[in-house]
Structure formats: structure tokens, C-alpha cells
Write a protein that binds this ligand. Structure first.
Ligand SMILES: C[S@@+](CC[C@H](N)C(=O)[O-])C[C@H]1O[C@@H](n2cnc3c(N)ncnc32)[C@H](O)[C@@H]1O
Length: 327
């Protein structure tokens, strides 16, 4: 078995830190204590979620490099880091066209360079009626000639990286009840096609008033599958970009411990609500702490999004040419 750190032995079942994960230390998450990282980093400067969060793409890649190094440090030997991410189309300047950034390829390169094995890539497909896609395919309908074709994106990647070789002998020395509790329901796995490299899962629908409003949350079904497939009952799942707290909600429901890191202090209320954590319940089994780099982010981003939307609408009204922009 991997060395169990003192933090892990007596730690609360939920630990949530508000701070910049780049500044995380072993006092918060110990070396090798995590069985699965389940996360989704910010989507670069995604127009609907994070416009202007990063000064440029290099700053974003730096965040990914630190995230990879931190992941290597906290993950147990042979364990998995699962990352939900996607290439991102970002408008360059006011009336400019979008530029597509190869985030999936760059994330893969960075994790492999950090010493992870590239284990798998699952394609998460959303329903075709997905409401937040930009209708780039409309360009070829307006101009049915070669070179006007762009796709409407209804997919994301779930990247799986492995921290060295897993020792399956560990499973043989487990208490039988722990192994039994961790058994995977293979009839469900087969009937829902978990074994396939394409997962059809409905996204979190952008209804107003939902608890995750303003957060690019993934659906619970993604962490539910991956936590069952890659952790034993009682082990620890870590989400370094916690957002609304989806990973920890599911981890808790499945009898796993959870650790989350989130920079945005404005999400404290959202996380409490999603995890049904009243102030009273922050006790020995739950820990919430503010660390270096925590800041208020949500409202600033919402203002940027509104500004970006009004620029887009303004452009469309002013100029027919804007309507053939693929962004
Ligand atoms: C894509 S969202 C995660 C959504 C989450 N999976 C959910 O289901 O709600 C990414 C999150 O990372 C946070 N974030 C961005 N930079 C960060 C950093 N350096 N350290 C910690 N959190 C960060 C953002 O505030 C955002 O909430």
C-alpha cells in the first residue's frame, strides 16, 4: 500500500480550501494522499465563462504546468488524474474572428512531460440541442461554397493520466468488505456503455436559478463514473478547481473523502448549498479554510460576459460581415 500520510489518517472527510492551487502546500494536501484527481480547469478565456481571466495563453499554460506538478506530488502511485477540458475558441479583438486554442493537445503534452502516462481519452458528447454552442456551421448555410465550413462543437475531452504503475497486489490485501463496497456494477457499465471511448451525457442545463449559475459545472454523472472506476470506498478524491463543488458532492455520496481547492471566494455560498453544508456542519468532519490567493471573481467575470455579449450583439446589428464570423 502507498504510505498513508498523517493528514490522511485523521483528516476530516471533506476539506475545502479557498485559494490559488498554484500556492498549495503539503500542509493542505500531503504527498501521495490522493487516490483520484477529478477536475476541470478554467476553460482558458472562454467567452461564456472566463473572458479575460488570463492575460494570454502562455499564462494559462503556466497554470496547467503547475497543476501537473501539484498533481504528481499529491497522487498515489499508479493513480489517475481525470481532466475534463476542451479546445477553446476565443475572440481576438472586438470585431475579429475567433482563434481556436489546442488545449487538449497542450494539456496532454504538459502532463506527459511531467512524467504521467497518457492512459486514455474519453469523448464526452452533449445532446445536439446543446444551447451554449456558437452556431459556426451557419456560415456555410449563408455561403454554400468551399472554405466557409466550421463545426458546432458538442463535445469535450476527458483526459486520463496515470501516475506510474498501479500495484494490483494492494487490492488482494484489502479487507473483503472494503473490496465488496467498491465493486463496480458491470451490468450498468455494459448497459450504459461506460466501456466505450464516447460517453453521451447531458450537460448541466443553463437554467436560471440553478445552484451552479455562472459556473462551468460538469454533470454529476462524469465524476460518478470515474470515482467508481478508479477509487476504493473510503479513499480520497481531489478537485483542484472545485467550482460549484460537483466532485465533492458525488465523492461524499459514494463514501469517499474529498478535498477541494477553489480560488473564487464568491463560490463559498454555492459550494455550501450544493454540499448541503450549513455553518453548523463545518465541524470535525468538514474543514473550510481561506489560503493564499483567494479572491472574489464571479461578479467581475459576469460583468465581462455581459460586456462581451453586448459587443457581439452590437457587431451583428452594425455589420452583415459580423454574421459570417465563426465565433
Ligand atoms: C471549469 S470550473 C470548475 C467547475 C466544476 N467542475 C463544477 O462542476 O462546478 C473551474 C474553476 O476553477 C477556478 N480556478 C481558476 N483558477 C484557479 C486557481 N489558480 N486555483 C484554484 N481555482 C481556480 C475557477 O474559479 C472555477 O470555479
Amino acid at each position: 500500500m502507498q504510505t498513508v500520510s498523517p493528514i490522511e489518517k485523521d483528516s476530516p472527510s471533506l476539506r475545502i480550501f479557498f485559494g490559488d492551487v498554484r500556492k498549495m502546500s503539503a500542509n493542505e494536501v500531503a504527498n501521495g494522499e490522493v487516490a483520484l484527481i477529478m477536475t476541470s480547469p478554467p476553460y482558458y478565456n472562454a467567452p461564456f465563462d472566463y473572458p479575460g481571466l488570463f492575460a494570454d495563453y502562455e499564462e494559462y499554460l503556466d497554470l496547467l504546468r503547475t497543476f501537473a506538478a501539484q498533481s504528481k506530488r499529491v497522487l498515489g502511485k499508479g493513480r489517475i488524474c481525470a481532466i475534463v477540458t476542451d479546445d477553446m475558441l476565443v475572440r481576438q479583438e472586438k470585431r475579429g474572428r475567433g482563434k481556436k486554442y489546442p488545449i487538449v493537445a497542450d494539456t496532454t503534452k504538459i502532463f506527459v512531460e511531467e512524467g504521467f502516462q497518457y492512459r486514455d481519452r474519453i469523448t464526452w458528447v452533449k445532446p445536439t440541442g446543446y444551447t451554449r454552442i456558437s452556431r459556426r456551421s451557419g456560415v456555410v448555410l449563408q455561403h454554400p461554397y468551399p472554405m466557409y465550413f466550421y463545426t458546432d462543437n458538442i463535445q469535450e475531452s476527458i483526459l486520463l493520466f496515470q501516475n506510474g504503475t498501479f500495484d494490483y497486489e494492494q487490492l488482494k490485501s484489502l479487507r473483503p468488505e472494503v473490496l465488496e463496497k467498491s465493486r463496480i456494477d458491470t451490468s450498468r457499465l455494459n448497459s450504459e456503455n461506460w466501456n466505450m471511448s464516447v460517453w453521451n451525457i447531458t450537460n448541466v442545463l443553463p437554467k436560471s436559478g440553478r445552484v451552479e449559475e455562472g459556473v462551468a459545472a460538469f454533470p454529476e454523472e462524469i465524476p460518478r463514473r470515474l470515482i467508481k472506476l478508479f477509487t476504493l470506498s473510503g479513499e480520497t478524491v481531489f478537485d483542484p478547481f472545485l467550482g460549484s463543488g460537483t466532485t465533492l458532492k458525488v465523492a461524499s455520496e459514494l463514501g469517499r473523502k474529498g478535498i477541494g481547492y477553489e480560488m473564487d471566494l464568491e463560490l463559498k455560498k454555492v459550494i455550501r448549498k450544493k454540499l448541503a453544508l450549513s455553518r453548523k456542519r463545518i465541524g470535525p468532519s468538514h474543514l473550510m479554510e481561506e489560503k493564499a490567493g483567494a479572491r472574489k471573481l464571479c461578479k467581475t467575470l459576469q460583468t465581462n460576459i455581459r460586456r462581451q455579449r453586448s459587443v457581439t450583439m452590437g457587431d451583428k446589428r452594425k455589420s452583415f460581415r459580423a454574421s459570417i464570423s465563426p465565433l
